[in-house]
Design a protein around this ligand. Structure first.
Ligand SMILES: C=C(O[C@@H]1C=C(C(=O)O)C=C[C@H]1O)C(=O)O
Length: 240
């Protein structure tokens, strides 16, 4: 590349280059998010062995481009650190939390969580939250319930009913002492991986939208259920 003659010109050239760098970072972020959705815990998110592979490869590429491998390594370690934080905050779960199909016999615990759920969704007293033990047990037996467990304890659950490629997500609940640690996001990410699901839809109270917005859900419409209580219908395209 020709050397620009003064600092302003150099900076203009850096700005143009940064446009490309950020565009590439955006593509990298998409891939990192996809990797995160395939992981079950914090150790898998951090993947230190893979980090060393990526760094070693970047150092080699730096040498072949005539760049400083030390600078490239520092940039890469900082970048990967930021991506790991993103993965931990989005798809992944705190260490020790395992997400998977509800174990036979867990219906009682799932129902207890549903009944204990706080917030607007519980206040709606919608049919799902007023389920009987038999109904929850039938859903567990049908394989439509996913749970998050810590050791033997169920700390969260979600349900996904698939019909013609449309996944209706419901009953997302997290034990009060496990909130804010990515359990809800991990359950949501796991249910979205239901084979054959091309679109996810769900309805929730107007005050618990953050988790869903962060996960890429878009608002379709709002429905006033009663005075002071609004139900928000959300959807997410899963085909991409
Ligand atoms: C994207 C991944 O997750 C993390 C982020 C990495 C990256 O940004 O390259 C590499 C390893 C993990 O720490 C992965 O495991 O590949």
């Amino acid at each position: 590349m020709a050397e620009p003659g003064d600092l302003a010109a150099v900076r203009a050239a850096i700005d143009r280059l940064d446009d490309d760098v950020v565009a590439l970072l955006a593509r990298r972020e998409e891939l990192v998010r996809a990797a995160g959705r395939l992981k079950a815990d914090g150790a898998a998110v951090r993947a230190p062995g893979r980090v060393e592979q990526v760094v070693a490869r970047a150092r080699e590429r730096a040498v072949s481009h005539g760049a400083s491998p030390q600078v490239v390594e520092r940039v890469y370690r900082a970048m990967i650190g930021a991506f790991v934080d993103l993965e931990l905050a989005t798809a992944a779960v705190s260490d020790g939390v395992v997400v998977g199909p509800a174990a036979p016999g867990s219906a009682g615990e799932v129902l207890t969580l549903q009944l204990a759920a706080h917030g607007s969704e519980a206040q709606l007293q919608t049919r799902p939250l007023a389920e009987t033990l038999e109904e929850v047990a039938a859903a567990v037996a049908a394989g439509t319930v996913l749970t998050a467990t810590v050791g033997p304890r169920v700390v969260g659950a979600v349900r996904g009913a698939l019909d013609g490629g449309v996944l209706t997500v419901g009953h997302l609940v997290v034990a009060p002492d496990h909130r804010g640690r990515g359990v809800g996001s991990a359950l949501l990410a796991a249910v979205e991986r239901t084979p054959g699901a091309r679109r996810a839809v769900l309805s929730t109270g107007a005050d618990d939208l953050r988790l869903y917005r962060r996960a890429g859900y878009r608002e379709e419409r709002r429905e006033r259920v009663s005075a002071g209580l609004e139900l928000v219908h959300l959807a997410k395209d899963l085909s991409g």
